[in-house]
Design a protein. Structure first.
Length: 347
């Protein structure tokens, strides 16, 4: 079968590889659609601590089960499913404390290889973190089923909103609010009662998209941002800031936008070894909360799946191009050039 493999920053190859087989508890899925995302892009541009080349590539997908290993219950060959890219061990220190997103065995349970004709789904994911898609023969059913491939990033966003401990009526600024993750945050924050939801970005076209998807305001990321946020929040500053760019300078800016007692959720992953600084007086005397958040859990993955099932989150407006396995690299370049938010790959 054909598959895209990652050999290091700027190095992707479409190769013939052996077809996977399902061992006990596993499934083999024929990939119908895989979505590009920011983690793939970061790895392609600069590498990533979770990527150890040479290795399979891609992790957001929807597909059809073509083989099941012994012992699998609740699924059948022919089922259309969305699998997560990981599952917790349920036994380590963090899993026992209810922090399964920090599972000590997370790295070994991560599953890559969505940019391929077939992918093997490990037993822990089949057992905990894979869902059967609902049937729909409506006129836009293909678009809807394609949207389920975004369950994994949406699950991470759900975890980010949980970490924020948001109250209804909170004023929220989403830095990087015009990227794929930011646009998912805008939609979800709107639904949980944030007001106003303020998206910040650099592209006028994408700022307009943020407004269409639920942002009350969309502001350019320029030197006047702090003043505009103060003006939009009765001079107080934001109750909550979501950092979704992964840039250390923007991490620092997050605190500048907060009101006393506010919370900043650091969602965007910065380059390895990066540092950022904060005004200690503000953190201390204004009682700011700075929270890191990473990954998802089976619970947030299930909630994200339900949000898409109920058509409460729109994925189609984020998909700006489509292609096959040979198009993965040029489509990632288009993402890097900010021509598209996401792309759909159909192996």
């Amino acid at each position: 079968m054909r598959a895209v493999r990652f050999y290091g920053p700027g190095q992707l190859r479409v190769e013939e590889v052996p077809e996977p087989r399902a061992a006990v508890g596993e499934a083999v899925v024929r990939v119908e659609v895989a979505l590009t995302d920011g983690t793939d892009l970061k790895a392609y541009l600069r590498g990533h601590r979770l990527f150890r080349p040479p290795m399979p590539f891609g992790h957001e997908l929807v597909g059809t089960i073509v083989e099941l290993g012994a012992g699998v219950e609740g699924f059948a060959v022919g089922d259309r499913v969305v699998p997560a890219n990981s599952a917790p061990c349920r036994r380590c220190f963090y899993c026992r404390r209810g922090q399964s997103g920090l599972c000590q065995r997370l790295d070994e349970n991560l599953n890559w290889g969505a940019y391929a004709e077939l992918i093997r789904i490990p037993a822990p994911i089949v057992a905990q973190n894979m869902h059967r898609l609902p049937a729909d023969d409506g006129p836009r059913s293909d678009e809807w089923h394609e949207a389920f491939a975004a369950t994994e990033p949406l699950a991470c966003v759900v975890a980010g909103v949980d970490a924020a401990e948001l109250r209804s009526g909170d004023a929220v600024v989403v830095l990087g609010g015009t990227g794929a993750i930011g646009l998912l945050f805008v939609q979800l924050l709107r639904q949980v009662g944030a007001s106003p939801v303020i998206a910040v970005g650099r592209s006028a076209e994408r700022l307009e998209l943020a407004r269409r998807l639920g942002a009350d305001l969309s502001l350019p990321a320029d030197e006047g941002l702090v003043g505009r946020v103060l003006a939009a929040t009765a001079g107080r500053g934001a109750d909550l800031v979501i950092e979704a760019t992964g840039q250390p300078a923007v991490w620092e800016q997050s605190a500048d936008l907060l009101r006393p007692g506010g919370t900043a959720v650091m969602f965007g992953g910065a380059p390895g070894g990066s540092r950022f600084s904060l005004d200690t007086g503000r953190v201390h005397y204004d009682a700011l909360t700075i929270r890191g958040v990473f990954h998802h859990t089976p619970a947030t993955f299930e909630r994200a799946f339900r949000l898409i099932s109920e058509r409460r989150v729109r994925i189609a407006p984020l998909i700006g191009a489509r292609g096959g396995l040979d198009d993965v690299e040029p489509l990632l370049r288009r993402m890097a050039n900010r021509e598209i938010v996401k792309a759909a790959i159909r192996p």
